[in-house]
Ligand binder design. Sequence first.
Ligand code: NOJ
Length: 743
Amino acid sequence: MKKYIKYRKAIIAVIGFCLLTEFGCVSSEEKSSDLVVYKNQEAPIDDRVKDLLGRMTLEEKVYQLNQVAFGKHMTANNIGGEMDKVSPLIGSIIYVNQDPNLRNDLQKKAMEQSRLGIPIIFANDIIHGFKTIYPISLAQACSWNAELVEQACAMAAKESKVSGIDWTFSPMVDVARDPRWGRVAEGYGEDPYTNAVFSKASVKGYQGNDLADENSIAACLKHYVGYGASEGGQDYIYTEISNQTLWDTYLPSFEAGVNAGAATVMSGFNDISGVPASANHYTLTEILKEKWEMDGFVVSDWNSVKQLINQGVASSDKEATLKAINAGVDMDMADRLYLDHISDLVKENKVSLNRVDDAVSRVLNLKFQLGLFDKPYVTVTPEYNRYLLPEYISTAEKLAEETMVLLKNSDNILPLNNKVSSLAVIGPMANNQEDLLGSWSAYGDAKDVESIYKAIESEFVQSKIFYARGCDFDGNDSAGYTEAINVARKAEVVVVCLGEKKSWSGENASRSTISLPKIQEDLLLKLSELGKPIVLLLSNGRPLDLSRLAPLSDGIIELWQPGVVGGKPVAGILSGRINPSGKLAMTFPFSTGQVPIYYNMRKKARPTSGMYQDITKEPLYGFTHGLSYSNFKYGDLKSSKTNLRKDENLIIEIPVTNASDVDGAEVVHWFISDPVCSISRPIKELKFFEKKSIKAGTTEVFEFHLNPIRDLSFVDSSGNKILESGEYHVSVGNQKIVINLLD
Ligand code: NOJ
């Protein structure tokens, strides 16, 4: 007995020592016992969390609330540290690497050198693919094919998981209406409903049906909330958002993602009308966690806790920490302020232990859901089995085909007859691989990308193909114009490939103008003087000002930044092998000065006047614009009834005939408008869309199942749904049906 007491004392001393040291140590008692609840795979997750939490010291808890970076991002915005500076107690690592062995080594450190063996959750920005890069998100939205986007996200999840990633900071579901903002490339355009649909699709794709599945990763909805309202399109800047606009424009895409089960949410860099998003109790706690009952956790954006000082709402690191944690930010990304200050804040009773426990429980809960406690290491497979698998490539190709938008096709210049004798492929984008990848292209490698020029060569085997670069993306060097003109002279059709470098969009990549640099515009101008047919191919991360280029071009195809497979789809559209079906998810303004312009602006006092006097009042290419090689004829819009009770549903339908001899796919967009309401609502609001293939000479009927509370109501400035009786319009194209909603 005496011996036992001595032994127990020794164990307590060892545990006590471990509790006191920062790094803790392995306790043989904790490691060997199968009986502790948190290690028991059979026990319910809530019980495991509770049990583990009960064993943790305050310091161990605080570590769980921190994420540090390891490795290097490709941009200068986020630079990580070295692993030996990282404690095995750390909650999460932004793992900027693609080696699963290294990840497993880091995990081993956590499992074996921390007292309780709590696994690390490894995160990375897998925005539109890991190694197989898919089109940028803005392009994905132009496919209007949520199923295909879900599939691409599922494949990106698989590719990430085998490299050791458990959690991606995606999707970005910020509604964005200013194309000068570099980050419009990362979201799904200007419309709340479209963002909501793709929010749900991508969460489902990444997370699958079960987070513990070996192919699933956790999603993160970002940047909560209103970051897309960045003033003047600058980054990291103030956002002016009324509560009304917050509720009807910026919150719906996040609510949709939360309802789809998104495991995490990232608090943004922006200041929401005086209360920064990372210190905003209303949005983070009252809306997200209380009203929507989101049980996942909130991670700050990179240094957004520390940045509360720059934003002028905290005078010190400690105060910034206090504001962020009490507002509802659970995990601190990168700036390590939670590590330095939370323990003291708890001891000073400024942060309650309950709040810390709640945050830690949320983090642990996800780790259990992902199965990290039971299977902390990833199975290392041979590299040829991990990346760029044929099914990934074919999905990337299919998605790219569907995202490209035929903006202009004068006199049906396209498709080019594949007997065209010769083509001149000219421009800085023509033989470029790197920039087709787009921003945030993770581990995408330019050498895996087929250029437009090479793809055109393979597509048009019977034609002579000439190539000249013509000029760089920017600068003043026009020395290459002469060669470009000589090459163009020899060809029947001139294909001009212009656009933006990938670094011109994404984070911290705003532009004061959405025109292409003069050196590119002038190249097209010079080529157009030859009087030959011109087809303009554009690869860019934002809508562009094409007011000078469009009149000089007979055909224009918007490729966006298509990822690893972009050349082949655009070559197929040129030849007619592929019939384009993409439609814009973001308006192309006539010029930069027209910004902001978006289809769902609120109604104005004088609808037909007040616009700029020096340019047209219309955008160059509006929301949902996109041409096809088929000729789709819309029949009459029909509704089963026009008087509707609030609890009744309604089916409205429209037949669409493919009156051509080319098979195609058409997207029907269903809008509603509310002519008189107690608040001023947008001119029209998208409520549903559907894409269907329509064989040549056949008709498909598209249906909209209207549910009054879902489709006709509005939210007030506190988020209450209100459904008023009276007149509503449902429209498709230029047809509308008037519905009378009864009391
Ligand atoms: C900052 C960006 O705003 C965010 O989108 C990204 O996920 C994080 N850095 C992590 O890299």
